[in-house]
Design a protein around this ligand. Sequence first.
Ligand code: ATP
Ligand code: MG
Length: 767
Amino acid sequence: MQNLLHNLNPEQLAAVTLPPQSALILAGAGSGKTRVLTTRIAWLIQTGQVSPAGIMAVTFTNKAAKEMLTRLSVMLPVSTRGMWIGTFHGLCNRFLRTHYRDAALPQTFQILDSQDQLSMIKRLLKANNVDDEKYPAKNLMYFINNAKDQGLRANRVEAHDPIERKMVELYELYDNQCQREGVVDFAELLLRAYELLQRNGPLREHYQARFKHILVDEFQDTNDLQYNLLKLLAGQGQQVAGALFAVGDDDQSIYAFRGANVGNMSAFEREFRVENLIKLEQNYRSHGHILDSANHLIANNSKRLGKNLRTDAGHGEPVRIYEASSDLEEAQWIIEEAKTLMAEGSLRREIAILYRSNAQSRVIEHALFAAGLPYTVYGGQRYFQRAEVKHAIAYLQLMDNPHNDSAFLRVVNFPTRGIGMRSIEALQAAAEQHGISLYAAVPYVAGKSGSSLNSFVKLVEGARFETQQLALPEMVRVVLEASGLLQHYQNEKEGADRIENLEQMVNAATQFVQEEGFGQGAPAYLGPKTYASAGEMLVEGDGVEIIDADTPLNIVMSPLSAFLSHASLEAGDAQAQAGQDALQLMTVHSAKGLEFDAVFITGLEEGLFPHESSSREMDGVDEERRLMYVAITRARKRLYMSFTQTRMLHGQTRYNMKSRFFDELPEEALKWLSPRVQSHWFGNKKSAWDDAKFTGGSDNKIAQQIAQKAASNGPGWRIGESVAHAKFGEGVIVNIEGGGSNARAQINFGKAGMKVLDLSVAKLERV
Ligand code: ATP
Ligand code: MG
């Protein structure tokens, strides 16, 4: 047995080995919070204080949960299967699958991702003749999610004006519609679980007795509903109470916009009468200059719980700062620096490029692609969100739960099978009239429409019948064929990529089945009535059925249902590109909890970071500063920051000032790579280069490149000029942005549409 404890400092050791009582570990970035939490689980099990089934641990992402399980299986000689480790959403899904009947859900309930949720709300507005200008679908979606995050059903939301009253009414209709279709959105997963635990005493007591230890990472970003759920599970103040071990950093609270409440930390301390509060102040992640920068910056926030971070690692390299003339040049600079790092031996996956908003990634991706550097984008267009994959998923969803209207509408006429708008409208009317799903309403539609709809139903049912005995990967393969999707994309001009993505799904299913332990012998499909066998059930009090602690999840969920949940819940996590060594691109938000040897923080401009929306909210700039603190503290050895004079964002050129955060960093930790340009952005004057503070060789090289670029002027295009392009044909320049080699033109090519082209790259001719 390994000694779990020998690599811990005294505070960490104290935290890991605390008695089974409520505890709060409050500590800055990189001080080993996650490590302490994981080690505590292993220690509790190793010392026989709890069995794996008595552990519940909440992580912020699915990826973090996986990592934790992997670490634990290395540390412990026992199976980690019985433990409940996952995100709030993942754990609530598991709970609701087990107790679907008590939760009044169909066994095959499905999870709506945000995209499906929005389209469902749009349909709802239309069906109820609601003016979507007055009640934009997105607003209603936020309204509903926000209410759910606070634990409020429609009948408990207070409406202050007629608009809100209408929203509440629509919220109610929305919930009814979800129930009819057997679908739940993300917020609903939590609210349902919470309501069930609250209403069902025996069930609650069962789980309270079962989970002797509940451990929560990133506690500062829990919302009210999540905290209340934890309170129910931990049985606060009751005899059976489990120990709640919360780990967090108030300086890293960055999800207030999604309802996170950092006040939960002090509420927890008070309500659970926490006597064990441990601070960890030794940072093991970052070199000195990096840590100093983080400490200096965050000191500008008021209302902190107060803690410090120190390191033994020495100063290390200074933080390098670069001012680019445009976003394009910023991307070029990143690539040059990344190449230098790689030449010095850095692994690609140890280099992260962070940005405040997703829209920034396009230019960087483009440059990386052009430079031939492999990269992975976290939380970008995820695999399961791609159109073709969503289509295939929709077929599978219908086979598992035909009442999912979103899935139905997505593929009823895709690939086209002659079912037009009129048929759909007739079907929607029938469904509305009878209060049933579209699928169930098909027999009510007469004539030709009815018969084409009916053949679609036959197709879905045929596929279900045909695949009944098959394992999940084969099932997916059959559906890709039977749906006509493969055939459809084969006939499409640029369908090769899409076909590859579809075929990738068979691999995804294979991998999923292996990882989740849906072994060979497991039934491929559990009919709607199949439930765990009696031997695996405990019946307690009021006839509540409780699956025994060690029952694997796959007994209560068919592989298909499980796979579909996985596809919906994967949201927000990295796109898995197994084995490939690639640069890591992501927003600062999704970098939370991660660490890299080298980190680039890009777009440090007023309005972008801090984001302009922050000036409108109370505490807004403080939250941005915390976000910046998170960004800085991701770096181990090298940290780079950049800002640009001009940037194209959302179709507009912006001329920004550099971020105020630069003034909050300790000058002695910084090294300015580019000249501090005093002239205005379009000046680009020689004088700006005179006071350049170039130091190293590679810096000089970049400076030369920039100077060359600045000198090369384009052929002087004008707005209104007619041009011709080899691919897009003839067009008119409607706008020009940027200057010199960074000039870009917006050109209306008529048939080919509006394009934005780099004037230094695009081969344009005057006509
Ligand atoms: P964050 O706030 O960013 O989530 P954290 O507090 O959770 O950070 P960890 O990720 O647990 O910090 O640890 C940061 C790094 O320091 C990890 O690489 C971890 O392995 C290492 N580390 C933690 N404690 C020690 C220790 N006692 N000795 C050596 N390395 C340590
Ligand atoms: Mg952590």
